[in-house]
Ligand binder design. Structure first.
Ligand code: PMT
Length: 396
């Protein structure tokens, strides 16, 4: 997916052991469509050579304030004039101190001082350096100056100590850059969402479930979080990574899902039911594994509560969004469910389009009518749903 297509990024690499991870970061940013221009400090070049970054970014690497390759010898200005952001990763304690105090004694710090674009910084240093009063002051000053700090994370460090100060992993930094450029259409909103299938136990090893992969819900949770919302994802059993900034509550059955939803609901502005909740569960779940015999076996099922319908019929419900998975008559059935559950918005999809796969084709139904969206990868469909949802939410 080209989520950074058309973005020009200047990546500053300074002298920390984590500089080796910056090589992978360049690869990931490039894979996401970004045009990456690396600026290497003298310290950074001691860990990874310019040749590596040039090969991975496909662009010249810059190290010298007086580089004659720059047409007018103004590298400190020209490099960022049409950049969408500067990211310094890894950022040593030394470079943070320089940035916080407006020092400009090499190409990277001069570029940062002369920039017109946003600056993001991914600290990487020993835990004591991170916790030192000087670095705390510098980090606080950078925040006041509008610089975005990405991390640091906690864990084992190159020096063998354990604590805060590790640079975030390249995947997390790439995700953070993608999130940074998303319009904050849902800033200040709290969203509770359901995801995946439920599993209704027949005995300790068997159960009733369905083939929902959770991809649509996890994509939507990621899109909502990247749009600035606080997201709680009540998820049935799926094995997908939890999107950055999303709180996941794991459940198995519809009854557990219902309890977790109602526990998370106070204060929520929006509830989105993406889960393929089992409509029925066995009346009795056997304590021990049911033994095979030659005789017929009947299973008696009882209806599960309809979580979405219950939430939507609260005296003061959040803004409720349903999903409708149909195998035919999409418009009629989806709109019928929207009316029956009194939902302002429902997302209809045919199971053959959306269940299990990476793409989906959906139609949004609201009081204004039907709004078909083109078939696209689920993360793209999720962003389009977010954009539509944002237009329907009441102002604060
Ligand atoms: O997980 P994927 O593989 O990515 O597939 C995505 C999807 C097809 C599962 C998703 O796009 C989707 O359509 N989810 C809803 C599936 C569904 O169960 O639809 P439904 O028509 O049975 O239910 C209507 C709505 O009521 C849904 O919002 C559902 O979450 C909710 N519901 C249903 C039953 C129930 N007991 N409680 C509920 O809250």
């Amino acid at each position: 997916m080209n989520e950074l297509k058309g973005r020009k990024l200047v990546l500053g690499v300074t002298g920390g052991v984590a500089a080796y991870k910056a090589a992978e970061l360049v690869r990931l940013l490039g894979k996401a469509g970004a045009d990456v221009h690396v600026v290497l400090t003298e310290g950074g070049a001691r860990f990874v050579t310019a040749v590596t970054f040039q090969a991975l970014s496909g662009n010249p690497v810059w190290t010298d304030l007086w580089d004659p390759r720059m047409a007018n010898n103004m590298a400190h200005i020209d490099l960022t004039r049409d950049a969408d952001a500067i990211l310094v990763a890894p950022a040593t304690a030394d470079v943070m101190a320089k940035l916080a105090n407006g020092l400009a004694d090499d190409l990277l710090t001069t570029l940062c001082l002369a920039r017109e674009c946003p600056l993001l910084v991914a600290p990487a240093m020993n835990r004591q350096m991170w916790e030192s009063p000087a670095t705390r002051r510098n980090a606080a000053q950078l925040l006041v100056d509008g610089v975005e700090l990405l991390g640091p994370g906690a864990g084992e460090q190159a020096c063998g100590e354990v604590g805060l100060g590790r640079m975030l992993e390249p995947e997390a930094l790439c995700e953070a850059m993608i999130a940074f450029f998303q319009p904050k259409l849902l800033a200040g909103r709290r969203i509770v969402m359901t995801a995946g299938p439920t599993f209704e136990a027949i005995d300790p090893v068997r159960g009733i479930t369905n083939s929902s992969s959770g991809k649509m819900a996890y994509g939507l949770a990621r899109a909502c979080a990247q749009a600035g919302a606080e997201v709680t994802l009540v998820s049935g059993p799926v094995s997908l990574p939890v999107p950055a900034g999303v709180e996941r509550v794991g459940v198995r059955s519809a009854l557990e899902m219902r309890d977790a939803v109602f526990a998370a609901l106070p204060g929520a502005d929006v509830f989105i039911g993406v889960a393929a909740v089992a409509d029925y569960r066995p009346v009795n779940s056997a304590e021990h594994k049911i033994k095979k015999s030659g005789a017929e076996l009947s299973l008696t099922l009882t209806p599960n509560p309809d979580i979405l319908a219950e939430v939507a019929s609260l005296p003061q419900p959040p803004f409720c969004v349903g999903f409708a998975a149909e195998s035919r008559n999409l418009d009629e059935y989806a709109e019928g469910k929207r009316k029956a559950k009194k939902l302002p918005l429902i997302v209809g999809n045919l199971v053959q389009d959306g269940l299990g796969g990476d793409d989906n084709q959906v139609v949004l139904f609201d009081d204004q009518g039907r709004h078909p969206l083109p078939k696209a990868p689920k993360p793209d469909v999720a962003r389009a749903i977010v954009a539509h949802l944002a237009t329907l939410l009441p102002a604060f």
